[in-house]
Design a protein around this ligand. Structure first.
Ligand code: NAD
Ligand code: GLY
Length: 360
């Protein structure tokens, strides 16, 4: 097992990374003591991994309750949150109850938000089972649900007690979801570590074939970079925004098409292509960088041409992005490769990028 520490003072915790961790007794030792635990999962993940997590947790908690949600981004809603509160209150769970998020980023984000709210805050543990959740969403304490008018618009910063990445769970992931996770892995290269981008290019075939060593390295290095950034700027007063490379365009694609039509990672992949083009048009990177990144995203099985929502719709969705200030869109741009800046850009230039990057 490997470990990455995330240093946040009294909110510090470890990310544990290894194959088979679900079944290891040690994985669940030294978590907050409580009479009960609640596992939140969904109807797809439950048949695969719920029984194993339940069996492990029964050694630590007298009662292990379960709340299984419908699957999908379209269910990252108030209604799903309410199902969790119904279960917690229906089972008379007290304020020490520990929540376990077993699933991808959707389950993780909803469960974290439920934990932040229930009785004004109960402990929770992230047990991510998608590549995307292991390399990004389970780490760093951003929790949220969607609003029909915007992605992740209602939420809280709330850190987990621990993150447990069982790499073996990635074996059952559909290939499209693996590619979606690779988008967030690729992201870390341009914003923070070009040597990591070189490594991803060299090992893309291994990653797509789920080579255990390649996946272990990708998860470990991604978590190290994310832990470093979050450790410096937990609540995104500045630096942390670089983790949103590709997300300004990407969130517009998700909201514009309707949540769940494109996967989050697909929208981020295509959004990184658009953000690279915008960086290039502003003179921050050269054409070779844009081509290199676009090629890698394509080779990873991700879309590189955006849906034709129309420029006005893109601009509208991007104006409600959380980084926007007084209606001015702020983009994460690469300058130079290996580091990122957050800044505005003229609408006319953004329109040119959208015309170049979207299906006619
Ligand atoms: P997801 O949670 O929808 O999971 C993808 C699909 O894989 C689902 O159908 C799920 O049921 C299934 N699945 C999960 N684990 C599986 C397994 N081991 N085997 C087979 N199927 C499995 O999507 P995701 O890509 O994990 O996460 C995307 C979400 O994460 C978005 O809502 C996004 O906004 C959020 N996110 C949050 C942060 C953050 O910092 N909090 C960061 C990035 C993304
Ligand atoms: N995924 C962006 C962040 O955690 O800040």
């Amino acid at each position: 097992m490997n470990q990455v520490h995330i240093n946040l003072g009294e909110r510090s915790y470890d990310i544990r990374i290894g194959a088979g961790l679900l079944d290891h007794a040690d994985t669940w030792a030294q978590l907050p003591k409580a009479a009960a635990a609640l596992i939140v999962t969904n109807h797809t993940v439950a048949p695969l991994y719920l029984a194993r997590l339940q069996a492990s947790l029964q050694a630590h908690y007298a009662k292990v309750h379960v709340c299984s949600l419908p699957d999908g981004e379209a269910y990252k809603t108030w209604e799903s949150l309410q199902l969790i509160f119904d279960e917690l209150l229906g089972q008379a769970c007290d304020r020490k109850t520990v929540l376990f998020a077993l699933g991808g980023g959707v389950v993780g984000d909803i469960t974290g938000f439920a934990a932040a709210c229930y009785m004004r805050g109960v402990p929770f543990v992230q047990v991510p089972t998608t590549l995307l959740a292991q390399v990004d969403s389970s780490v760093g304490g951003k929790t949220a649900i969607n609003h029909p008018m915007g992605k992740n618009m209602v939420g809280a910063f709330y850190q987990p007690e621990r993150v447990v990445c069982d790499l073996a769970t990635l074996n059952t992931l559909p290939q499209r979801e693996l590619s979606a996770g690779l988008a967030e892995v690729i992201k870390y290269g341009p914003i923070a570590d070009m040597a990591f981008l070189d490594w991803i290019e060299q090992h893309l075939g291994d990653l797509l074939a789920r080579d255990p060593q390649a996946l272990a390295h990708a998860v470990q290095r991604s978590c190290e970079i994310k832990a470093h950034v979050v450790g410096l700027d937990e609540r995104e007063s500045g630096l942390r925004a670089i983790l949103n490379f590709g997300h300004t365009f990407g969130h517009a694609i998700e909201a514009g098409l309707g949540f769940g039509v494109w996967l989050h990672g697909e929208a981020v992949g295509c959004g990184m292509v658009m953000a690279a083009h915008l960086s290039q048009r502003l003179g921050l990177v050269d054409a070779a960088f844009t081509e290199r990144l676009t090629d890698l995203i394509h080779q990873a099985g991700l879309p590189i041409v955006g849906p034709d929502l129309g420029t006005e719709a893109y601009l509208h969705h991007m104006r409600v992005d959380k980084k926007a200030e007084a209606g001015d869109i702020r983009f994460v741009l690469i300058h130079p490769p290996g580091s990122a800046v957050v800044r505005g850009a003229p609408d006319a230039l953004v329109a040119e990028v959208l015309q170049a990057c979207c299906q006619a």
